[in-house]
Structures are given as C-alpha cells and as structure tokens.
Design a protein around this ligand. Structure first.
Ligand SMILES: CC(=O)N[C@@H](CCC[C@H](N)C(=O)O)C(=O)O
Length: 374
C-alpha cells in the first residue's frame, strides 16, 4: 500500500497539469510513465485516445471487475491557496479528477504487486466534463476486448467528512443535456430600436420563458432543472445586438422527461422566433445518461461496508450528471460519493478537498476488490 505522502505527491503532480476533454496529453503521459514504474508481469496497458485502459491479469480469473476514473479538468481559473496550483492558465482540476486518478493509481499499484484472483480493469477515461468519453469508449474495440463483468466508480463529495462514503440503490445522478441557443436578428444604432431586432431583448425574454418549463410543465412530483449559466450578445453599449447566445444545461430524472423538456424548449424558442422576428438555432451538445446503481450490488456493497472501518451513509439523489451512467446502462455496477470535506463545492475555483481522503479511498477500494475477487 502506498503511503499517504506518496499519494499526495501524485495528486499534486496531476493537479498542476489539468487539461480539457480529449486534450489530456500530459496527463496521459504522466499516467503512462507512472505505470512503467510498476512490475509489468501481470499488467497490460492500452492507449485509447487520450485515456488508458489498464488490465491486471488475475491468477485464476472467473470474471473482470472494472474501476473507472475520469481524467479531464475544467475551464476555471484556479483561486485556491495551494502552492501547487494549476500550471495551465484558465484550467483547473475543480471536480476532483486529480483525486479520482490518484486513487486509481494507488489501487492499481497494490494489485500490480499483489496479484488478484480475478482480472481487474482500470479505465482512465477522458472528457467526462464534456463532450463525454464514456460512450465512445464503450463502443471501442479496445474496451470490448477487455470488457468488465461489473464496474464501479467514485466521485469526491465536498459536503461529506473524510472517512464517510455515500451511495444509494437506483438513481444517483440525473440525465443531463447541454443547451446552446443562438439567436440572430437585425443589429442597428441604439437610438433607432424600431429599425432593428434586438437579440439582447429576445434573449432576455427567452431566459425568463425557459423558467416556466420547470415551474409550469413538469409534474410537481417529478423534478427537472433548466439552468442558463452564460449569456453573451452584442458588441457595444450603443449598438443594438444582432446576435445573442444562451448556454446552459438540462437535468431530469428520466430520459422521457428529458425529451419532454427539450420539446418545450423547442416550442418556446419557436415562439421567440415569431415574436421577435429572428432566427434561432438549438444545439444540445453532450448528453449523459442517468447514473442508475444496481440494487443487488449496492446491497452487497452495504454488507461489505459493515466490515469496514469507514462509515457508509444513504445518499440522496443529486441533479449532477456523469457519463459513467453510460457504463451502468450496459454493465452492472454502481457509483459512490467519497467524503473530502471542503467549504467550496464542485466546479468552484477555491475547492480544496482534504488529501487524507486519498488514503481512505485507496484502502477501501483495495479491500472491496479483494472482497469481490475472493
Ligand atoms: C459531477 C459533475 O459535476 N458533472 C458534470 C457533468 C457535466 C455534464 C454536461 N457537461 C452538462 O453541463 O450538462 C455536471 O455538471 O453535473
């Protein structure tokens, strides 16, 4: 078992080099070099785009168990108090993927030295934050040659204490769809509004009307989110804007509800085109399938956790998304939250997860994989 200090050094090295989805070149190189330092007798490393698939060949395998980590960073300017801040301007590991990767390396190191009975597959997956690496990995030959029989993953949880794990059977994370709406009208002089079609005004109406979907179209006993996180439009304060762009995300508790929300968005956008005499284009970007934990495996995980020194709590469902849901749509498995106790939430420029959680997760995963393979 690697020491906490060794895990921290790896995490800090990865923290310095965050890269966006499918651009994780330095990250892949770092992971690859680390893997070269392990005994090679029982491990096979295959490159997949900017990710890696690492198989540990078991001594008497009857199954393959997969553990997936995401490896990409976010377009955020880091504002932590760290002296090991991101060396890539405007990019940051603000969703814990530096933790997730380190934990995978910690567990892998153990099994490279202590051959398991069954096969293990460690999946270092690019582009979780977008455009999504899980779906193309699942369709790849590289993955299908080593396809696991069950799979699991974790995500750091800022609001849980170190040593606490959270999960639940069934739906853990929502269905997601990105949302990009481009509006195009007629620009003009600020003093002649009657000779233009102002896309700042059209965009503002659109933002307000989109709020009616959750308030008026979704069954109050169901849940959905339509968030517009970014608006851009216009060029100068005294020029009527010819173009505006809204960027957001949709979250729902079923794929069917996602279709309903998208069709309401289309109706509202079409109404905006008519009432503001403009053109609009909708792009749904990356879509993620819900994270639906296998009830039987969660039951078994709960049984395993009774023997663990760490604490398991029942989580609530969250409106976060994760393309790990695509793995779970095809392979039985589950995801759990790992407590890292930090004041700032996921995707925040000041998030500082507690590094002691690295040791908790590596211990837990080694123990769980040993339990599963015996
Ligand atoms: C755990 C987490 O924060 N996941 C992201 C997934 C991104 C989904 C996609 N890019 C979108 O914005 O819809 C999340 O925002 O929940």
């Amino acid at each position: 078992m690697m020491s906490l200090n060794e895990l921290i050094q790896i995490r800090r090295s990865l923290h310095r080099i965050p890269e966006l989805g499918f651009q994780e070149v330095k990250t892949q190189q770092f992971l690859y070099q680390y893997l070269q330092s392990l005994p090679q007798d029982n491990i096979e490393v295959v490159e997949w785009k900017t990710g890696l698939l690492v198989k540990v060949n078991g001594a008497a395998p009857t199954k393959t168990i997969g553990y997936r980590t995401d490896i990409d960073g976010l377009p955020i300017e880091e504002e932590t108090s760290y002296d090991f801040k991101s060396e890539h301007p405007g990019m940051m590991h603000a969703c814990g993927h530096d933790f997730h990767m380190t934990i995978a390396l910690g567990a892998l190191t153990h099994f490279a030295h202590n051959r398991p009975k069954d096969n293990l597959l460690f999946i270092f997956q690019p582009a979780e934050e977008g455009p999504g690496g899980a779906l193309p990995i699942l369709e790849s030959d590289a993955f299908n040659k080593v396809r696991p029989d069950m799979i699991f993953a974790l995500h750091i949880a800022p609001d849980l204490p170190v040593g606490t794990i959270g999960t639940k059977e069934g739906l853990l994370f929502a269905n997601t769809s990105e949302l990009f709406i481009d509006l195009e009208g007629l620009g003009g002089h600020a003093a002649y509004p009657h000779k233009a079609n102002d896309m700042v005004v059209a965009g503002s109406h659109l933002v307000t009307q989109l709020q009616t979907i959750v308030a008026r179209n979704i069954n109050p006993l169901d849940s959905a989110v339509v968030t517009i996180g970014k608006i851009t439009g216009g060029t100068k304060q005294n020029i009527i804007a010819e173009k505006a762009r809204l960027e957001g995300t949709i979250r729902t508790l079923s794929p069917e509800a996602m279709k309903d929300v998208q069709s309401r968005i289309e109706a509202i956008v079409s109404g905006i085109e008519t009432s503001f005499d403009c053109k609009a284009e909708i792009d749904y970007g990356a879509n993620y399938y819900q994270v639906d934990n296998d009830p039987a495996l969660i039951k078994d995980f709960k049984k395993f956790m009774e023997t663990s020194k760490y604490h398991l709590i029942q989580s609530d469902m969250a409106m976060t998304g994760e393309d790990f849901g695509y793995f779970l749509r095809e392979i039985p498995g589950f995801m759990f939250w790992l407590g890292v106790e930090t004041d700032f939430g996921l995707h925040h420029s000041k998030i500082e997860p507690k590094e002691e959680a690295l040791e908790v997760a590596v211990n837990l995963i080694i123990e769980y994989l040993s339990y599963q393979t015996n």
